[in-house]
Design a protein around this ligand. Structure first.
Ligand SMILES: *Cc1c(COP(=O)(O)O)cnc(C)c1O
Length: 364
């Protein structure tokens, strides 16, 4: 049987190893496994979410409210934008899928940072679009502008803070860059960790409202999977000019967000205190990683997220290290696939981090 030739080029994406897999592969009991690999919120989600979601369990036989009224109203209020400026996806991953399918085709180019979120390239390959990569590990917007002039890409992705490196661009720098790009190029600002960046440094905070008031060719992406602690519920969103949203809607399957997920996200948005508290705790715990790196003389990238990227020395190997840690039940992300001799570790709870230091000390 023949398949779409574009698929030949795609390798199946391996998301952070689930705990269940480590249980099966290494025979470690799940209570002894610590997963610091997917940047989930180690403090879970707001208790209010659990309470309201559990009340909805009786409604599972009915399709969800496809207008997503409650969640859209809550998002519109939070970001001070119109409901016509919003699209909700099964994770912001799905919004990335929509926008690439809506804008790119087999003759398109898509400009991304040299090291960045893997899904941009995977969805680009769905449509056979060509990926253009910058040369530097951190976004360098002057180079981006040169590459833009040379390649005339259909879409430009700016991931700030960037995953898997944790660094962030200044908001003003991003605005100045977008202002120079022509109106037919879609600029995507992926703010999956923006809540963390905004907490740490106001200069890094990009508000969707600011973006869409200034530019008609930009979409901001946010997610409930990270700071809001709802990775298992799969809810993300895009904020853009109504014309962009209208086109993305053509690709959206009906009922793409479950009843429970819609409720969870709406309620999570109302408990700002929970989110702020977990962000504060995360940065407090991050200091221990900075200490650890200093003591062991390894580089740590200044992070505006809930993870740290530890760049190993030449006599250390990130694949070996992450495998050794895995055998002890500690799941972290090996970044060798990104061309880096580094590991990415989600900042966990105090206890989880202590466990990481204890295990990693055997190898680093
Ligand atoms: C986690 C993440 C996303 C999307 O996550 P969803 O769970 O699909 O909402 C998007 N971009 C980046 C950079 C991420 O790290």
């Amino acid at each position: 049987m023949k398949f779409n030739a574009h698929l030949e080029d795609i390798e199946i994406y391996e998301a952070g190893k689930p705990i269940e897999l480590v249980v099966r592969e290494f025979g470690i009991e799940s209570k002894d496994i610590v997963k610091l690999a997917s940047n989930e919120n180690p403090y879970g989600c707001s208790p209010k979410v659990k309470e309201s979601v559990s009340k909805l369990i009786a409604h599972m036989s009915l399709y969800p409210d496809d207008s997503m009224h409650k969640l859209k109203k809550a998002l519109a209020k939070r970001f001070e934008v119109g409901e016509e400026n919003l699209i909700v996806g099964s994770g912001s991953d799905q919004v990335i899928e929509f926008l690439i399918h809506a804008k790119a085709h087999s003759n398109s180019k898509i400009l991304i940072n040299s090291v960045t979120f893997a899904m941009y390239e995977i969805y680009a390959k769905h449509v056979g679009a060509e990926i253009i990569r910058s040369s530097t590990q951190h976004h360098h917007l002057e180079e981006f502008y040169q590459l833009y002039l040379e390649n005339k890409p259909e879409i430009i992705f700016l991931c700030t803070p960037n995953n898997p490196t944790g660094d962030a661009l200044d908001a003003q720098e991003v605005y100045d860059f977008i202002a120079k790009v022509d109106k037919n190029t879609l600029v995507v600002v992926d703010g999956a960790y923006m809540e963390y960046a905004a907490y740490k440094d106001k200069n890094k905070a990009i508000s969707p409202k600011d973006l869409i008031e200034q530019f008609k060719n930009v979409i901001y992406l946010g997610t409930f999977s990270k700071a809001y602690g709802l990775g298992g519920m799969r809810v993300g969103y895009g904020v853009a000019d109504a014309r962009i949203i209208k086109h993305l809607y053509k690709l959206r399957p009906p009922f793409n967000i479950t009843t429970l997920s819609l409720e969870a996200a709406s309620v999570a948005l109302s408990d700002e205190e929970f989110v702020n508290k977990s962000i504060a705790l995360s940065f407090q715990e991050m200091k221990r990683y900075e200490e650890f790196a200093k003591e062991r003389k390894i580089d740590i990238i200044n992070s505006y997220t809930n993870f740290v990227t530890l760049c190993l020395n030449d006599n250390q190997n990130s694949t070996q290290l992450s495998n050794s840690l895995l055998q002890k039940g500690m799941i972290v992300r090996d970044l060798s696939g990104y061309g880096m001799n580094a590991i990415r570790v989600t900042v966990g709870t105090n206890e989880q981090n202590s466990r990481f230091f204890e295990l990693a000390s055997e190898f680093i």
